[in-house]
Design a protein around this ligand. Sequence first.
Ligand code: FES
Length: 303
Amino acid sequence: MKMKIIRLPIIALCFALILFFSGCAFDIIYIDQIPVQYENASIRKSGFELKDEVNVDLNEPLLWVLRDDLKLTGTKFGCGTGECGACSVLIDGEAKRSCRVPVAYVSSGQEIITVEGLGTIENLSPLQKAFIDHTAFCCGYCTPGMLASALEYVEGGGGAIACSDAAFGSSILNLTMPGRGINMGDGWETKRRREPGNEWVIIALGHPGILKSIELDTAHYKGNYPDRASIQATYVTGGTRDSIVTQSMFWRELLPEQKLEMDAIHCYESELKDLGPITHVRVNIIPDGGLSRVRLLGSIVRE
Ligand code: FES
């Protein structure tokens, strides 16, 4: 009799826990079944047959439509509450927690990118390769969500937008490419400067942020690396590309002039001045030369 008294509360507690956790994990409200047209939406390079329409509840989270209806199981379920980010996908370039996005939200021609749209096992995307090269994950379960968030920043409009000169077939767009440059052509190089002054490049951040460290890489540039470099920065709230270029010479100093070495990665942290949130930097190379990569590392400031 004593045993039964002890067991009953334990069984009741188990039932309560099961109900509680199943309620948390599947917090979906079903109303009515309405066909959602996907003819204008695209799942980029997914490799999956996209149905013209799927019959789902408009309130159903996108996560379950991706996983159950479209069989895009690369997107993972974690907390189900929008906290962990495991379920993140890109919707029109913005990383969204698909567990908290009702499918109706994306039924009007927006582009959804899941991890299946980034690359294949045989042909990984540069971002996936970078994750592997830098061991940027542990068990890998959440990695598809991390990739979506990282891609938002990589494709979020960040990159070099203007420079004083680019020679020898080089491009300022190489400066923010993944990995180290593979040769001198995989960077930004200027011709020898014959007049006073210095060469420069302006880089827009993907999002407003506070920089914690900067890397300047002169990989492969030996006889033609810049002697010195400095960086200015500002927070741009409007204006055209031309007005940004004109004003950039007056931006505040973020990194005072530093001596550079050939074919080396130069890291700066304590040398950076505290300018608060910024949106653009101007990298000055003095007087000229080549840079392979510029890494601007810090934290996003949400507006
Ligand atoms: S599953 Fe954790 S945020 Fe969506």
